[in-house]
Design a protein around this ligand. Structure first.
Ligand code: ADP
Ligand code: MG
Ligand code: MG
Length: 929
């Protein structure tokens, strides 16, 4: 086993020695405790073991570095003298908590041990010192349970029945109602159970406890849930955790004691009001672990007004100090307030935006800071789903199952799963899953990330599970106590109804309602969200990149506009062809295209389509040629309608229309399907020979269009060159729509895009022939249209020869999806299903190149194409239309490359606007340095 280099520098920092800037070394929790101590806030004294010690622990085969032990002894000495208590003393004992905390906050993912330094004898001493034997034994009981769980790996559910049975026997419902004698009996049962499960006892010696606890907290860095959480958020697995050791304060000393958590603003809505929860007569983990449902903080205002005032004043002070929304843990010990943790709160995307905008308007932060504080992805999540119909009808209300506390907004509908594994398995089958648990533990994290919604019976809105779902934008309802889960039977009951695993429920994480039915969900409009609009308005003033949208229909275009799109960067025509109403005409067109093409080449050479019946001639009146042109005519009319719709919506904003790209077989049923249908037709009585012949033709065509690798086959401009009338028909439709709109006084800016070019000659020929069509339409209408011809740069060869292509193209649009596939030589579907995940997990590739542009390879091709293209044609319009247009890191790259715009799907337009603003801000920060 490798040995670590000796650690240099301090291994342990007292709270007085550190500050908030040292989160990498002291962890977020530790460094913030240091900062609070400096601010003079009431933090129990303590110290922090650095993350470097944790890193060294792992790199040296799980041994603690030299000198750590001495440091721990010295620091415990200091605690003893500052508190006038003694670690290990039975007359005047000092107990501590041993807490985990990494640089990045991971709520509930690692372990913390409370009340450490206790044993039988010390518990007696503590009882005398506290003058409260019940609280002392309660602390001891908790210690045994947590220590056994974390250090000796005894599962929690060993203890729950012991405690539960004792409460039943004592006829009480709450832990704190147990008498000292009853608690003592429980402690003996706990010890017995620990021995049975682990084969050993919890050590009596406090120093042994301390050493084992520190190591266990280090090891908790690598629990499966912690690893999963870091994977989900792309957090490095090497950071390691710091360990905070601090003297205990006791929230379980009676009615003037308690513990709680508060947020300085509502982490769900962002509203500026302190929101918190509180449990009287309890210790910290009771609130955050979600096992008990706490009381609203407001109750503290009546029960202990003095403490409440102090607490809210400190909350305010901390928010101002950190200039951000805080999540604060506190404990009250006999009327005395202590702060135990503060961190920047996890919040929903909606709350993140509202708080950032409000804080900028309050003058707490600048507008630039507000813009930089929101992750572009969060803006996409902001459009959280809601139910498509309002669920206030009598019928919907009939399906209402129960009501809980709204913990993370958004509507979700899916099948019920009662455990995390089942949820993951169902999600892999493509099911939408709602995870239902009596209480959610951080251990369920893999089930949570696989679900579209989460429902729990116990635990409050500040429980770790609630915090985690908010951070992930997963709708969640908690403390739904009307729901009773029977894990053994695999069902839940609520208000007399039973729901079995696999049945559909729907929930609304904004209202807390749960329904026994499947309801459709849809995305809301950003229009209803004032702060969102304000933030994006600020973004638009800062950004340089244009943000366009990919939209194929007038509806999509309308939505894109309302989300702030400044143009359409990609209007695909394939979908228009696939409309069931049109498919017959489209198929007729394809079926007869080869014959028509043969006839055309023989008769009119490279000339245009025959315009009238005479020209077609009697000879071909009943032939495939005629059928082809009739079908083409029909499709032209459909297309003219399509383009009129979308161009009208966009008005004088650019609309890039891509001519047909897909290989033709996509418009036909599969060969297998056709053969099966043929079989059936032939065996059916009364089917005409004509019907059969037609089916046969279709099957023959499907066979002839079959390709070994259609994605690299006869498609894009190749198709356009083999069957010229199809592109000509499309251009005619675009121009007819344009002149029509112009005549109505509606300005338009169509840009015609030719897909999949690999060589300038393809572009040159197509442009020449299609220009002739465009000119003819304009001439006939007597109207000029300002239109452009351009191409998609989506093959490496096109990028490499971009200088030449630019001579005949007015614009380039980088199709980064295909460009990535072709540069890597990966088919996206195959790669993502098979090896890409493990490639990323094992670090062979840093990220999924289909989500975040590969700047080194694909990016280099783009860089080259931009330079060569601009040199050949300075006015060249440049943009991208791949999915990367909505990804923050990729947008920053496109900004640096000096593109004119990025185009992405409509719902990502807000994210792209923000990312573009952030890229501009990053650039001006660089030039300012
Ligand atoms: P987590 O990261 O799971 O929240 P913490 O280290 O914050 O773990 O501790 C768990 C709970 O124990 C919290 O509610 C915290 O406030 C409480 N706690 C931690 N240290 C002490 C202490 N010294 N005295 C009293 N309560 C404590
Ligand atoms: Mg905590
Ligand atoms: Mg493509």
């Amino acid at each position: 086993m490798a040995t670590a280099p000796p650690l240099v520098g301090k291994l342990v920092y007292r709270f007085e020695e550190g500050d908030a800037t040292q989160s990498e070394l002291l962890g977020g929790k530790g460094s913030n405790l240091c900062e609070m101590a400096h601010l003079g806030l009431p933090v129990p004294p303590g110290f922090v073991i650095t993350t470097q010690v944790c890193q060294s622990y792992f790199s040296s085969g799980q041994t603690l570095p030299e000198g750590l032990w001495e440091s721990l002894r010295e620091n415990i000495d200091l605690l003893e003298s500052s508190l006038a208590r003694e670690f290990g003393s039975s007359s005047n004992p000092l107990l501590v908590s041993v807490r985990s905390g990494a640089a990045v906050s991971m709520p509930g993912m690692m372990d913390t041990i409370l009340n450490l330094g206790i044993n039988d004898e010390i518990a007696e001493g503590l009882a005398r010192l506290m003058d409260n034997p019940r609280a002392a034994y309660d602390a001891y009981r908790r210690f045994l349970q947590i220590y056994a769980g974390v250090v000796l790996e005894v599962p929690n559910d060993v203890f729950e029945p012991i405690l539960g049975d004792a409460k039943t026997r004592a006829q009480v419902s709450q832990d704190h109602q147990l008498s000292p004698e009853q608690l003592r009996a429980i402690i003996e049962d706990y010890k017995e159970a620990i021995r049975r499960h682990s084969g050993r006892d919890v050590p009596e010696d406090p120093w042994t406890q301390l050493k084992e606890a520190v190591e266990a907290v280090f090891r908790s860095w690598n629990t499966p849930r912690a690893i999963h959480y870091r994977d989900y958020y792309g957090i490095s697995q090497d950071l390691g955790t710091a360990v905070t050791v601090m003297s205990m304060v006791y929230g379980n000393l009676g009615d003037t004691s308690g513990t709680g958590v508060l947020f300085t603003r509502d982490p769900s809505s962002g509203k500026k009001e302190v929101l918190g929860e509180y449990l009287p007569n309890a210790q910290g983990e009771d609130v955050v672990a979600g096992g008990r449902t706490p009381r609203p903080l407001a109750e503290l205002a009546t029960s202990m007004p003095q403490v409440y005032r102090q607490l809210t004043a400190m909350a305010h002070q901390l928010e101002n100090h950190y200039r951000d929304l805080q999540d604060i843990e506190f404990t009250v010990e006999e009327g005395r307030l202590f702060l135990l943790q503060t961190r920047n709160a996890k919040r929903t995307p909606m709350a993140a935006v509202k708080a950032a905008v409000d804080m900028a308007e309050e003058g707490l932060i600048t507008r630039q800071e507000a813009l930089l504080r929101i992750k572009p992805d969060e803006l996409s999540q902001l459009l959280v789903p809601k139910f498509a119909e309002a669920l206030d009808s009598a019928e919907a209300q009939d399906s209402l199952l129960a009501r809980g506390a709204p913990a993370s907004p958004g509507a979700a509908s899916g099948i019920v799963c009662f455990d995390a594994e089942a949820a993951v398995a169902a999600a892999l089958q493509g099911e939408a899953v709602i995870l239902v648990r009596p209480e959610t533990k951080p251990d369920d994290i893999h089930g949570i990330t696989a679900s579209v919604g989460v429902l729990t019976c116990r635990g409050g809105v500040t429980s770790h599970a609630a915090v985690v779902t908010r951070g992930m934008g997963i709708p969640c309802v908690v403390s739904c106590e009307e729901v009773w889960v029977d894990l053994e039977q695999g069902c839940l009951t609520a208000n007399g109804k039973t729901v079995w695993a696999g049945e559909y429920i729907s929930l609304d994480g904004g209202t807390g309602e749960v329904f026994h039915a499947a309801y459709k969900t849809e995305l809301p409009e950003l229009d209803e969200f004032e702060e969102g609009k304000t933030l994006l308005g600020w973004a638009d003033r800062v950004k340089r990149l244009g943000v366009w949208a990919n939209a194929d229909t007038p509806q999509d275009a309308t939505q894109a506009l309302s989300l702030g799109a400044e143009g359409i960067g990609l209007c695909r025509t394939e979908h228009m062809f696939l409309d069931p109403e049109r498919l017959p005409a489209v198929r007729q067109m394809l079926l007869n295209a080869p014959a028509a093409e043969e006839w055309r080449r023989d008769n009119s050479g490279a000339g245009m389509a025959p315009k009238d019946q005479d020209q077609l001639g009697e000879l071909v009146r009943k032939s495939p040629v005629r059928k082809f042109y009739e079908a083409l005519d029909q499709v032209r009319r459909f297309q003219t309608e399509d383009f009129t719709g979308i161009l009208r919506v966009m008005g004088n904003r650019p609309v890039i229309i891509r001519l047909l790209d897909a290989p033709l077989h996509e418009f036909l049923p599969s060969q297998e399907e056709l053969l099966a249908e043929l079989e059936e037709l032939r065996s059916k009585p009364g089917v005409s020979s004509g019907q059969i012949a037609e089916k046969e033709d279709l099957a023959r065509l499907a066979d002839s269009l079959r390709e070994a690798n259609p994605m690299l086959g006869h498609r894009g401009c190749r198709l356009g060159l083999s069957f010229p009338p199809i592109y000509q028909m499309q251009v005619e439709a675009i121009m007819t729509a344009s002149v029509g709109l112009i005549k109505q006084g509606c300005p338009v800016q169509p840009e015609i895009m030719i897909p999949l070019i690999v060589d300038v000659e393809e572009m040159r020929r197509l442009r020449r022939d299609l220009t002739a069509v465009a000119e003819a339409v304009q001439q006939e209408a007597g109207v000029r249209v300002a239109y452009k011809f351009g191409t998609m740069i989506e093959t490496p060869r096109a990028a490499l020869t971009a200088g030449k292509i630019a001579e005949v193209a007015d614009f380039f649009s980088f199709g980064t999806n295909d460009l990535t596939q072709l540069t890597f030589g990966f088919s996206r579907d195959d790669a993502e299903g098979k090896f890409l995940r493990s490639y990323i997990q094992e670090g062979i590739l840093p990220a999924d190149p289909f989500s975040t542009l590969d700047q080194e390879g694909v990016g280099d091709l783009i860089r080259h194409a931009i330079a060569a293209g601009r040199e050949a044609r300075p006015s060249l319009e440049l943009g991208i239309c791949g999915e990367h247009g909505g990804d923050g890191a990729s947008v920053a790259f496109f900004h640096r490359m000096g593109l004119d715009y990025v185009s992405c799907s409509p719902y990502r337009v807000p994210a792209a606007r923000l990312a573009a603003a952030q890229a501009a801000l990053a650039e001006s920060a660089e030039t300012a340095d």
